[in-house]
Design a protein around this ligand. Structure first.
Ligand code: UD1
Length: 339
């Protein structure tokens, strides 16, 4: 059985990846500093799977500790999810973002190099495409201009891993470019638990639905899209997590640096999200149309063919299921993991 280390494994994406890896027979080791995540998520993953997770509370900036963990746990591959990810905060605190995300990744890669663990799956983002020249977006589209430091850190981290492979071909690097992960595990036991006012659409919608926030601000209805609101490729977080398992399953077949979009290939507008959420959950979402948000693009959706051909992965869940599962999580956990 293979031992997989997940940095940031207690977070929204990481906890779902941990669960899917355990279900597929892998051993999971989580390394997380808990600044934006909760150990409770891992306890619940253990309950749901009836399997245990080895947990280390540590920071990616701590290279010595990472090296110790990589060696002691005989890790075969690392899934690197740990990062700061709030777009607005990154604009206000660029040095913190560059230091944490970039220096943290350098320290992780250096520890991996020393431990001779040279397989890395990276949590990247569609944000690296910047403003795409057209949609759907394929992996061979050029990377673009990011609109904020968070986005640039993702773009730079990809570049660092690519350069590392160029210097030493014994590395395997998989850059998973996530589109817009939403939803939650069907049990309603694990999900997204943002600190403070949410930045992303879905947690905002669910907090309006539960009455924590009065109404949703819809950022612009004058985009060149079917109804004027922004269009995105929303993907169920469980499908996204399964994409990581497929990448690990197929590592021996992969060579060099592979870029893979994790997406459904379908674009939905903000109004589609509101209307579908209301329909499937029977709850009214109050909203107001407001000005565009700085840095937003009109539409972003992917061509997800490469993931199917290369690692045999296709997203299974549609929008209705994503929105039902997002709501189940919020309803059952009004205060997230803090009870
Ligand atoms: C955002 C980030 C992106 C990051 C991704 C991670 C920005 C500009 N981009 O992507 O860099 O990789 O999250 O999850 O923040 N919307 C509203 N009201 C809201 C929130 C969002 O109308 O309160 C709209 C947005 O204008 C957009 C859509 O909903 O059209 C999705 O927004 P969001 O969930 O923030 O994701 P992205 O902007 O795609």
């Amino acid at each position: 059985m293979k031992n997989i280390l997940i940095t940031g494994g207690a977070g929204f994406i990481g906890s779902h990846v941990a669960l899917e890896l355990l279900e597929s027979g892998y051993n999971v080791v989580v390394y997380d500093n808990l600044v934006n995540s909760s150990k409770e998520s891992l306890k619940r993953v253990e309950e749901l799977t009836d399997k245990s997770i080895k947990f280390y509370e540590g920071d990616c900036l701590d290279e010595d500790y990472l090296l110790e963990v990589l060696k002691n746990e005989e890790i075969e591959a690392v899934i690197h999810c740990a990062a700061l990810k709030a777009v607005g905060e990154s604009v206000k605190k660029p040095l913190m973002y560059y230091h944490n995300n970039i220096t943290g990744t350098l320290s992780l890669l250096s520890a991996m190099d020393k431990a001779n663990v040279k397989n890395i799956i990276f949590s990247s983002s569609a944000t690296v495409y910047g403003k795409p020249k057209s949609v759907p977006i394929t992996e061979d589209f050029p990377k673009g201009e990011c609109t904020n430091p968070y986005g640039w850190t993702k773009s730079m981290m990809e570049q660092i891993m690519t350069d590392l492979y160029t210097s030493d071909n014994s590395w395997k690097v998989v850059l998973l470019r996530y589109f817009n992960p939403i939803g939650a595990h069907k049990s309603g036991r694990i999900g997204e638990d943002p600190k403070g006012i949410p930045n992303n659409l879905l947690p905002y919608v669910t907090q309006v639905a539960i009455g924590k926030l009065p109404y949703l601000h819809v950022y612009g209805n004058d985009y060149d899209t079917k109804d004027g609101t922004g269009v995105r490729d929303y993907i169920h977080v469980v499908d996204l997590a399964k994409g990581h398992v497929k990448a690990i399953d197929n590592l021996s077949k992969l060579n060099g640096v592979e870029v893979i979009n994790l997406a459904t290939g379908k674009g939905y507008s903000v109004l589609d999200i509101i209307n579908t959420f209301e329909k499937v959950n029977g709850i009214k979402i109050n909203y107001k149309i407001e000005a565009r948000r700085d840095g937003d693009i009109a539409q972003s959706y992917a061509d997800a063919t490469k993931a199917k051909e290369l690692i045999g992965w296709v997203a299974q869940n549609g929008l209705e299921k994503m929105l039902e599962d997002s709501w189940r999580w919020q309803k059952n956990n009004p205060n997230g993991y803090e009870q």
